[in-house]
Design a protein. Structure first.
Length: 195
């Protein structure tokens, strides 16, 4: 069973997140940042991950702390679910359109956190979620997951559409990279024999 659970409590946030990598695409739980919850629901649906999230924090001060910590905890739980990463495909990319928007994500579950973003975000807030917070989320996700992650918004007018395309592309790329590759016969996916 490829499942992971992480709980993180600070003076700013309290987050508990469980993930099943081989789920049916179900998101449940609570998040005081409605747009982030909407993106995580799309992430689950398109990656076929099951996530149970309980998140609370100082979103009334600024949503940054909660968004960043949710990314970190999701990455850590995903990493725990992968275990030693033996037998997985390891790397994948996906290009996702959403109406006028187009986003791309490439991921390598290499054990080396690195993040690159290209694109324009920064229109009006989506509820209490500033579009640029998505970058903070992805930086923290990369760190918690210990993965190289390149994300790009190639085009688009609506920040909502840009971000939804981005989260869906992320889900599809992670689903492909984390899938079990039977031909690996359980070996670590590296010519060095270690990640």
């Amino acid at each position: 069973m490829r499942k992971g659970f992480v709980e993180r409590k600070t003076r700013e946030t309290a987050i508990a997140l469980g993930i099943d990598l081989d789920g049916r695409g179900r998101f449940q739980g609570s998040c005081p940042i409605a747009f982030l919850g909407h993106m995580l629901e799309a992430f689950c649906c398109h990656g076929l991950f099951d996530i149970d999230l309980r998140a609370a924090g100082d979103a009334d001060v600024d949503p940054h702390h909660l968004v960043e910590d949710c990314g970190l905890v999701l990455g850590q739980a995903f990493s725990r679910a992968l275990g030693d990463r033996s037998g997985i495909a390891r790397a994948a990319s996906f290009l996702m359109p959403m109406d006028e928007a187009l986003a791309e994500v490439a991921v390598d579950l290499s054990g080396r956190p690195f993040f690159v973003f290209r694109g324009r975000l920064g229109g009006a807030a989506l509820g209490n979620f500033a579009p640029t917070l998505a970058v903070d989320f992805l930086v923290a996700l990369s760190r918690g997951l210990e993965a190289t992650l390149h994300a790009a918004v190639r085009r688009g007018r609506s920040d909502h559409h840009k971000l939804e395309a981005l989260f869906k592309a992320l889900a599809r790329a992670l689903a492909a990279a984390s899938r079990v590759e039977p031909r690996r016969e359980g070996e670590i996916p590296s010519s060095k024999g270690a990640l």
